[in-house]
Ligand binder design. Structure first.
Ligand code: GCV
Length: 720
């Protein structure tokens, strides 16, 4: 794919424009803002390349394409670009498939289209009937939709379009949001208001927001939404709710978004009146088959089921002495005739306390490799515990070559500051995807397992646990939108860098003014590491407050051991950290030898994961020359100081964007700064009670006592 060139924009112009043209911003438009371009050079170039639109073919998707183009182009170019059907002129934007357009069928694009599959597209400057045109073509109308959004992004980010040559094919086939939304509209780990799905009013009232949701997803390549929480309610499978689900599917269809539901394993008992949900019981098998038939009668393009089984109290096949494979395959057989899939989660939290929680998924699933039906994914969280600020990659990646594994990332910031912290997650996603599993020697990165190339899988997928709700800006924090955006863009193109995605998003969401884009991009790129530092540096993990997971709680020690913090940090007077080498839980043996060898020696283990794999003495010497204790303190202080710097940077940019979002982010950064200090002081004081060493002299001492932090109660945090 040829990369294009961006116009240089004169920053001074922006300062003038920002104040008067961008008022009334509530973030609703996300990155799909089509404000008028004021730079005359750019405007002139776009006008001469785009004189008319011709869309050949007819479908709901093409109607959506036309609508988006007309909105986008008239918004950005400041005037209607006529939609024509007959005569090609210089500067036509011609859109169609070879099947729908003889003009496109006559172009030399057939070879390229052999590579683009159903969703991929080509955008190319071509001569059509001797006239210079821009052509967007694909094998299917959906490809045309993705191509159209890509083309609009070109304009939104001020790229030159005089000579375009793009071929784009998605890295993975299933690119899904997972909503943890309950039928009563609460959202588990949701920090952006209520669930978008208004089950009470559906199917009779269909909120216009559903279409905007679909547009936003389609614009970044997302092609499916699991509507309901993995902690599932069987009610959603009843006729009343299926009718509501069908109404949503209808709105999403033109945008290529399929709906999926979570299947509660005990549904045959709870809503089917059977006495068992045993997956080998003929009546149960029959119930699920009939249920699948019923669903597909109403929603012919229904995507399939996501299942959390035998984990955190959810029912599953093990309740009947059956395996995950027996449970998943039974559902898969019901869906297969209709083309549906099962996404069976590997996040298992046994009812018995394991010796090391990090080992459980591998122990349960690895022996089942190759035993799943061909339409089953095993959906694996990026790390072996639970979406911590930093985890090593999950050892299942590379260990189940006979089974397609679907990546599960968490976009909602359950463990990363929830609704108030600016934490851009693409660096976390990339860190995991670029990790080398060594499953087939060097170069066996997680990304190659996810895109199917390492193990030759034909179905491939990525899921992001949604951070979307009814807040006017969808995600609660203006920068949380970037995590939704980044997930979509990455699942379309795993090779994109976090930096590129941040820049695109900033330009589309705020401004193309580089005086703003460059420093804010730097903030975003650093933000995940800052959060790691003020929350869980050096490989610490799972030391947050109980239940709601907001704020620090390294002292949490009561109740089920693997739900406590002390189980994970294991601090004592000798040192701190979880020994996962052979002398400890030996979780390291779940990784391939090259990884194991690197991590088992504290000297070669990356410092970022040191306390994940090792219990080390407080005086252990770090590469900085500091002791472990001193380094820990320094990391906590650096983390909190970085937030102060983000705040200073942000304040210095006042006037470059709209006042509303500027002030909202400013206010959020103040909260983040306060909470980063809270994490730092609470954790440093807590660990000091074991290390019995002074906080290094150069660091400011906490103003309050450990007792003060231990007594903070937050009974009303959202998202539980
Ligand atoms: C949906 C963590 C979260 C739970 C979540 C679970 C899961 O434990 O805290 O809220 O439940 O992960 O991924 O199933």
């Amino acid at each position: 794919m040829k990369s294009s060139t961006r116009y240089r924009i004169i920053p001074a112009l922006f300062a003038l424009l920002a104040c008067h043209s961008l008022s009334g911003e509530n973030g609703y438009r996300l990155w799909l803002r089509y404000d008028t371009i004021h730079d005359t050079v750019v405007l002139q170039a776009y006008h001469s390349a785009l004189k008319q639109i011709m869309v050949e073919g007819h479908s709901g998707t093409l109607n959506a394409v036309i609508e988006e183009l007309q909105n986008g182009l008239s918004g950005m170019l400041g005037q209607e670009i006529p939609l024509v059907s007959e005569t090609i002129t210089e500067g036509t934007l011609l859109i169609g498939t070879p099947a729908s357009s003889d003009r496109i069928a006559a172009l030399p694009v057939k070879d390229l289209l052999r590579r683009t599959g159903n969703d991929g597209f080509i955008i190319k400057t071509c001569l059509v009937s001797g006239k210079k045109c821009i052509v967007i073509t694909a094998n299917e109308d959906l490809g045309l939709m993705y191509g159209t959004f890509h083309f609009l992004r070109f304009l939104q980010t001020r790229q030159q379009i005089a000579d375009i040559d793009v071929v784009s094919v998605p890295s993975v086939q299933f690119r899904l949001l997972n909503h943890w939304d309950n039928l009563n509209r609460t959202v588990e780990r949701g920090y952006a208001g209520c669930s978008l799905w208004d089950w009470l009013l559906l199917p009779d009232t269909v909120s216009p927001r559903y279409k905007d949701y679909a547009r936003a997803n389609a614009s970044i390549g997302i092609n499916g939404a699991v509507l309901t929480n993995v902690n599932a309610d069987a009610l959603v499978l009843t006729p009343q709710y299926l009718e509501k689900t069908a109404a949503l599917a209808e709105v999403f269809r033109p945008y290529g978004i399929k709906v999926y539901l979570t299947a509660r394993f005990s549904a045959p008992v709870e809503v089917g009146g059977l006495s068992t949900a045993d997956p080998l019981d003929p009546q149960v098998i029959d119930w699920w088959q009939k249920k699948a038939d019923e669903i597909y009668r109403q929603i012919p393009d229904f995507g399939g089921f996501l299942v959390k089984a035998n984990s955190e109290g959810q029912p599953g096949p093990q309740n009947y002495g059956r395996t995950h494979a027996e449970g998943a395959n039974m559902l898969a057989r019901a869906l297969a005739p209709h083309g549906g899939i099962v996404m069976w989660r590997a996040f298992v939290y046994d009812s018995n306390v394991p010796e090391d929680r990090a080992k459980q998924a591998y122990d349960e699933f690895k022996p089942l490799d190759g035993k799943f039906s061909s339409n089953v994914f095993i959906q694996v969280k990026n790390g072996p515990i639970d979406f911590q600020p930093r985890e090593p990659f999950h050892p299942l990646f590379g260990s189940m070559p006979g089974t397609p594994l679907m990546m599960e990332f968490q976009l909602t910031q359950e463990y990363l500051g929830q609704g108030t912290h600016l934490v851009y997650l693409a660096p976390l996603f990339k860190e995991c995807l670029q990790s080398d599993t060594y499953a087939k020697g060097k170069g066996s990165e997680v990304a190659r397992i996810i895109d199917g190339t390492l193990e030759n899988h034909t179905i491939t997928g990525m899921a992001g646990v949604s951070n979307i709700g009814t807040d006017s800006d969808w995600c609660g924090h203006p920068f949380a939108q970037s995590n939704w955006y980044a997930f979509g863009r990455l699942s379309w193109d795993l090779s994109l860098t976090a930096d590129t995605i941040a820049e695109e998003w900033l330009r589309m969401t705020f401004t193309n003014n580089e005086t703003f884009v460059i420093p804010v991009k730097q903030m975003m790129m650093g933000s995940r590491e800052y959060a790691v530092n003020y929350m869980t540096p050096l490989g610490l993990h799972h030391i947050m407050a109980r239940d709601h997971h907001h704020g620090p709680g390294p002292w949490v020690s009561e109740g089920r051991p693997d739900w406590t913090s002390v189980y994970y940090h294991r601090a004592d007077t000798a040192g701190v950290g979880f020994d996962r080498t052979a002398s400890g839980s030996d979780a390291l043996s779940q990784y391939f030898p090259e990884v194991k060898q690197q991590y088992e020696n504290p000297d070669s283990c990356p410092e970022t994961l040191l306390l994940w794999f090792h219990h080390l003495p407080w005086d252990y010497r770090m590469t900085t020359g500091r002791t472990l204790w001193e380094e820990l303190c320094h990391r906590y202080y650096e983390g909190a100081d970085s937030v102060k710097k983000m705040q200073q940077t942000w304040k210095s940019l006042e006037g470059l964007i709209d006042k509303e979002r500027f002030e909202q982010v400013n206010a959020m950064l103040s909260i983040q700064l306060k909470e980063a200090g809270w994490w730092r002081d609470a954790c440093v004081l807590y660990f000091q009670s074991f290390s019995h060493r002074p906080i290094p002299e150069e660091l400011e001492k906490p103003a309050r006592s450990l007792e003060y932090y231990r007594n903070i109660k937050e009974p009303t945090i959202p998202g539980i």
